[in-house]
Write a protein that binds this ligand. Structure first.
Ligand code: GLY
Length: 452
């Protein structure tokens, strides 16, 4: 198989790393790719298919140019990482050129690109989620906030790089968030519509289902850490770290999510004539009443992919090709690595998720080469004058595999200690909920000292 990965972040590096292990993959490209992806794929920096949706006409042009290249090279499967490319109709445009791409069509990708659509979908079939209303006028949204009280959540309806949800402790904060999103257009036209929803108490987790339009298979459940600060404080980022498996998503809870959430959503998308093929990212809140949907995304999570993909034993290329063709059964049974755990710590540029500088030299990665269980995925790096430098807010996704979660977390932090760049920031508490949960379980079983 000739395979192409679209994107340049840590998630796409993890996808390329896993696809490169497939004996079926003869040749692998990445567009535009990154210095990390260049270790396993041929990069195509001339194709800017990583643009935001605000640049939609240019993005569509880049997708069509890439389709031309893919047809010429005889690429058998394209795996799309970023949400914006999917929302711009990547899969439809490739299909129009007779090319197979893994991901939902533009219509099905609305499950992420319009929170208003996705909340309406859930309401229509009774999928558990927070009560909500959608608004285009900030005055109406503010009146609704006053009628519901706080805490309350305000979300830009469109794509906002993972930063469009604001959890508000007071009504004033929520009204300010609405003004910021709708009137000041903090997230551009993604905030033309705003969703106001009830605050949910519980623990968040992410479950990815690989879907073929009818059926699905779940990967190992994960948890990410969206806020910038330790103890889950401060503004949301794209994700500051992740780990898998997430003990909060026990096997019976995963069964419930499958029955109460994934299956009805897939059936409804099919009934509406927009069957869902691709990775369905279920962002969940595990509440006292059971699992509820925080959000759906139309692609793998970042940095969750960095911990979930190393725990997939099956051949990713075979699995994604089967799903994209609409017949998961062709991939055979999917095997997950139930014996190991993975943790990922994001090293970010100083100032992220606000303003940050790029171009800082990165050192120390060479010392990690050769270890199969340490995976320094590149999230935002570039090569300048022959040297590796920072090129994004999230710079490196330092990932480690081990026999259990405490060991994986310890090993990820050890690898962080080997690498440096000016102003590097990382959270020191990745995995804190799971480590506490595991320690509590051990404590109550009288099985020795607690973990961290
Ligand atoms: N980690 C959050 C996301 O990928 O949207």
């Amino acid at each position: 198989m000739k395979v192409l990965v679209v994107g340049k972040g840590g998630r796409e590096h993890a996808l390329a790393w896993k696809l490169a292990q497939s004996p079926e993959v003869r040749r692998l490209w990445a567009a535009p790719g990154s210095p990390g992806m260049a270790q396993v794929a041929e990069c195509l920096p001339g194709f800017r298919v990583d643009l935001d949706l605000v640049e939609r006409p240019r993005l569509e042009g880049e997708i069509d140019r890439l389709a031309g290249f893919s047809a010429e090279m005889g690429i058998d499967l394209t795996v799309v990482g970023p949400d914006a490319a999917l929302a711009a109709g990547f899969v439809d445009r490739f299909a129009a050129s007779g090319l197979l791409a893994f991901g939902p069509t533009e219509a099905a990708a609305r499950i992420e690109s319009s929170k208003s659509f996705s909340k309406g979908l859930m309401a229509s079939i009774g999928v558990p989620t927070a009560a909500h209303r959608s608004f285009t006028a900030s005055a109406d949204a503010s009146a609704y906030i006053r009628s519901r009280g706080a805490p309350i959540v305000v979300k830009a309806s469109g794509l906002a790089a993972g930063k469009g949800a604001v959890v508000c402790a007071t009504e004033e904060e929520a009204v300010e968030a609405v003004t910021d999103i709708v009137d000041r257009r903090r997230f551009g036209d993604s905030g033309a519509e705003v969703v106001v929803e009830d605050f949910m108490e519980g623990e968040e987790a992410s479950l990815f289902a690989i879907c073929d339009g009818k059926g699905y298979v779940n990967l190992v459940p994960a948890q990410d850490h969206k806020p910038i600060g330790e103890g889950d404080t401060g503004p949301n980022t794209g994700g500051m770290g992740a780990y898998a498996p997430a003990p909060v998503l026990t096997p019976p809870m995963v069964d419930r999510v499958s029955r109460e959430i994934i299956e009805p959503v897939l059936a409804e998308m099919r009934r509406r004539g927009t069957p869902y093929r691709g990775a369905l990212y279920c962002g969940l809140m595990i509440t006292a009443e059971g699992p509820k949907v925080v959000e759906f995304n139309s692609r793998f999570g970042d940095p969750e992919a960095q911990v979930v993909l190393p725990l997939l034993r099956s051949d990713l290329a075979v699995l994604l090709a089967a799903a994209a063709r609409g017949d998961l059964s062709a991939a055979g049974p999917v095997e997950l690595d139930a014996e190991r755990a993975a943790a990922c710590v994001i090293m970010a540029s100083a100032g992220y998720p606000g303003q940050y500088e790029t171009g800082q030299p990165i050192s120390g990665l060479e010392s990690l080469a050769g270890s199969e269980d340490i995976l320094p995925f590149h999230a935002g790096t570039a090569v300048e004058d022959g040297a590796l430098v920072t090129a994004g807010g999230r710079v490196l996704a330092m990932t480690a595999l081990a026999d259990d979660l405490p060991a994986a977390v310890a090993s990820a932090y050890q690898s962080v200690g080997e690498v440096s760049f000016e102003g590097a920031y990382y959270r020191r508490d990745i995995g804190h909920r799971a480590l506490r949960r595991l320690a509590d379980r051990q404590g109550s079983a009288g099985a020795g000292p607690a973990g961290r």
